[in-house]
Design a protein around this ligand. Structure first.
Ligand code: SF4
Ligand code: SF4
Length: 287
């Protein structure tokens, strides 16, 4: 499954999990077993300074938890935009229209992506899509909606994708994970998921890039609310390929694209931004 190294990504991406706090409690949340769901990055100026000091051009993708409930969310946005960073966010879209409008306005000079997750246990699709439409009309960057394909929601997704499309919105299905592994879907369910585009539109339910050169660690990294940095999500899960800490000066990025050592890639950014190529379907463990 090896592939040639993709070209150097001009814009790197940091996924910053800036808090574990969230105003929802989704039954399928991959963070529901965290010991502490009340953590949030407190030393905002230090984070902003360190993120703005990364070498080269970077996008900062804010996620949580729910980033909009971070008490100093707007200070973070202003600081990063002031430092010339593109700012994106992954949100459950529960923030008020006013807060969303402020985000659109604050990021207008360097707009990023707003990825809104539709949680059917908490909101009606109609009100969610209408709200996202109102935001999209203000935002200069990209907007996408996602929905976790639980066994209950999977049959509803084709209709929901149509409803979103009628408003000019894109809704993508996300395979459900437990302990960060895809749940054991039946063959029929996997086929249905693939027909809906699979994980992030890759056409795969459990993408694998094992052995392929990937820029993660050099032009992509994840950082948590304490500044701990890892190459990507599978690396953090296994507590390997730690890159140091963003706040204490120990961060060391990798040089170049390095082979992927993980059988299952649950990251969104590197495959979507062309930081890794090739890829195939991993067979589900135990299948
Ligand atoms: S909105 Fe996201 S972070 Fe919050 S409980 Fe649901 S899945 Fe978890
Ligand atoms: S798991 Fe994904 S992001 Fe991580 S090194 Fe492999 S391909 Fe890159």
């Amino acid at each position: 499954m090896s592939a040639a190294a993709p070209p150097y990504p001009l814009e790197g991406v940091v996924s910053w999990n800036m808090n574990t706090t969230c105003n929802y409690r989704c039954s399928y949340c991959t963070q529901r077993f965290l010991d502490d769901r009340k953590r949030w990055a407190k030393d905002v100026p230090a984070f902003v300074t360190a993120l703005n000091a990364l070498p080269g051009d970077w996008e900062v993708k804010l996620s949580g938890g729910e980033p909009f409930v971070h008490p100093r969310f707007e200070e973070v946005i202003d600081g990063l935009i002031g430092g010339g960073r593109r700012v994106s966010v992954v949100t459950n879209l529960s923030a008020s229209d006013e807060a969303l409008a402020r985000f659109a306005e604050a990021t207008a000079s360097r707009p990023g992506l707003l990825s809104a997750s539709l949680h059917l246990e908490f909101v009606s699709p109609d009100s969610f899509f209408q709200k996202l439409r109102r935001f999209a009309d203000l935002h200069r960057g990209k907007v996408v909606a996602t929905c976790v394909a639980t066994r209950a929601s999977l049959p509803r997704l084709p209709q929901l994708i149509e409803e979103a499309a009628a408003l000019g919105l894109t809704l993508r299905a996300q395979p459900e994970k437990q302990d960060r592994d895809v749940i054991p879907y039946s063959d029929e369910e996997r086929a249905a998921l693939r027909a809906l585009g699979g994980h992030n539109g890759l056409g795969l339910v459990e993408p694998s890039f094992l052995g392929s050169p990937c820029w993660a660690g050099a032009r992509y990294l994840i950082v948590d609310d304490r500044g701990e940095a890892y190459r990507c999500y599978p690396a953090r899960r296994r507590r390997q390929e730690r890159l140091g800490n963003l706040l204490d000066g120990s961060l060391r990025l990798l040089a170049g694209a390095n082979p992927c050592g993980y059988e299952y890639c649950n990251c969104t950014v590197p495959p979507q931004r062309g930081m890794v190529r090739g890829g195939g379907e991993r067979s589900h463990p135990g299948a």
